[in-house]
Design a protein around this ligand. Structure first.
Ligand code: ADP
Ligand code: AMP
Length: 218
C-alpha cells in the first residue's frame, strides 16, 4: 500500500501516521522528521535544511527529492510506505512520479486531511514533540501522562523552533501557495480521499482506516 498524507502543518498527519503505520505495518517516511534528525546530528543535510525550517520555508526541491529517492529505494518500502510531508511542491510530485516509475510502483491513495487555519494555529503552538521517537503530543488536546515526558520512550518533550506563532503563520502561507497545487495534481489522477481533520483524533482515524482498508493487500 503506497500512501501519501497531505494537509497543512498541524492538520494531524503525524498523529494519524503513528496509528496507520502500526495498523498496516508500513514505514512512516516523514521528510520533516528526517530533516529534524539531520539537524540534531549536525550532518551536511541538517546544515542545509536548518535555516529554511526555522524561517518556515521549504527546503529546496533538489535536496528534498534526493533524500526521498534514497529512502524509497530501501527494502522496507517493498510492501508499501506512508509519505508524510512530501511532496509539498508540484516539482516534488512530478519527481515522485519518476521515482515510482523507476521502482515499478505507483501511488495508490492520497489522504487529504483538511483543517481550517484558525484551528491550526492553536494545534501548532501547543504541539510538543519527542526528540527521540518523534511522537507528537498537545498540551491541551493530547497531553502526555507525565507533563513534558514522552509516554512511549520516557524522553523529555520539546517545542519545535518552527512551532511558534509567527513561523506557523508563515508555514500556512507557504502551504497555500506551494502545496495546494499538489492536491490538484493528485485530484486530476483520481487518487485523493478527503478527510475532515477538524474532529477528534479517533473520529479522524475511523475515516482514515476505512479509506485505507481497501488498499491493504498484505
Ligand atoms: P502535522 O503532522 O500535520 O503537522 P500533528 O499530527 O503533529 O500535525 O498534529 C499537530 C498538533 O495537533 C499536535 O500537537 C497534535 O497532538 C494535535 N492534534 C492532532 N490531531 C488532533 C485532533 N484530531 N484534534 C486535536 N488536536 C490534534
Ligand atoms: P513538517 O515536520 O512536515 O511540518 O516539516 C517541517 C519543515 O521541514 C518544513 O517547514 C520545511 O522547512 C521542511 N520540509 C519538510 N518536508 C519538506 C518538503 N517535502 N519539501 C521542502 N521542505 C520540507
Amino acid at each position: 500500500m503506497n500512501v501519501i498524507l497531505v494537509g497543512p502543518p498541524g492538520a494531524g498527519k503525524g498523529t494519524q501516521a503513528e496509528t496507520i503505520v502500526q495498523t498496516f505495518r508500513i514505514p512512516h517516511i516523514s521528510t520533516g522528521d528526517m530533516f529534524r534528525d539531520a539537524v540534531r546530528q549536525g550532518t551536511e543535510l541538517g546544515k542545509k535544511a536548518q535555516e529554511y525550517m526555522n524561517a518556515g520555508k521549504l527546503v529546496p526541491d533538489e535536496v528534498t527529492i534526493g533524500i526521498v529517492k534514497e529512502r524509497l529505494s530501501q527494502p522496507d518500502c517493498d510492501r508499501g510506505f506512508l509519505l508524510d510531508g512530501f511532496p509539498r511542491t508540484v516539482v516534488q510530485a512530478e519527481a515522485l512520479d519518476g521515482i515510482m516509475e523507476s521502482l515499478g510502483k505507483r501511488i495508490e491513495v492520497v489522504l487529504n486531511i483538511a483543517v481550517p487555519d484558525e484551528i491550526i494555529i492553536e494545534r501548532i503552538v501547543g504541539r510538543r514533540s519527542c526528540k527521540k521517537c518523534n511522537a507528537v503530543y498537545h498540551v491541551k488536546f493530547n497531553p502526555p501522562k507525565v507533563e513534558g515526558i514522552c509516554d512511549k520512550c520516557g524522553e523529555p518533550l520539546f517545542q519545535r523552533a518552527d512551532d511558534r506563532e509567527e513561523t506557523a503563520a508563515q508555514r500556512l502561507k507557504v502551504y497555500a501557495e506551494q502545496t495546494n497545487p499538489v492536491l490538484d495534481f493528485y485530484v486530476k489522477k483520481g487518487v485523493v480521499v478527503n478527510i475532515d481533520g477538524n474532529r477528534s483524533r479517533s473520529a479522524v482515524w475511523e475515516d482514515v482506516k476505512k479509506a485505507l482498508e481497501s488498499y491493504d493487500n498484505n
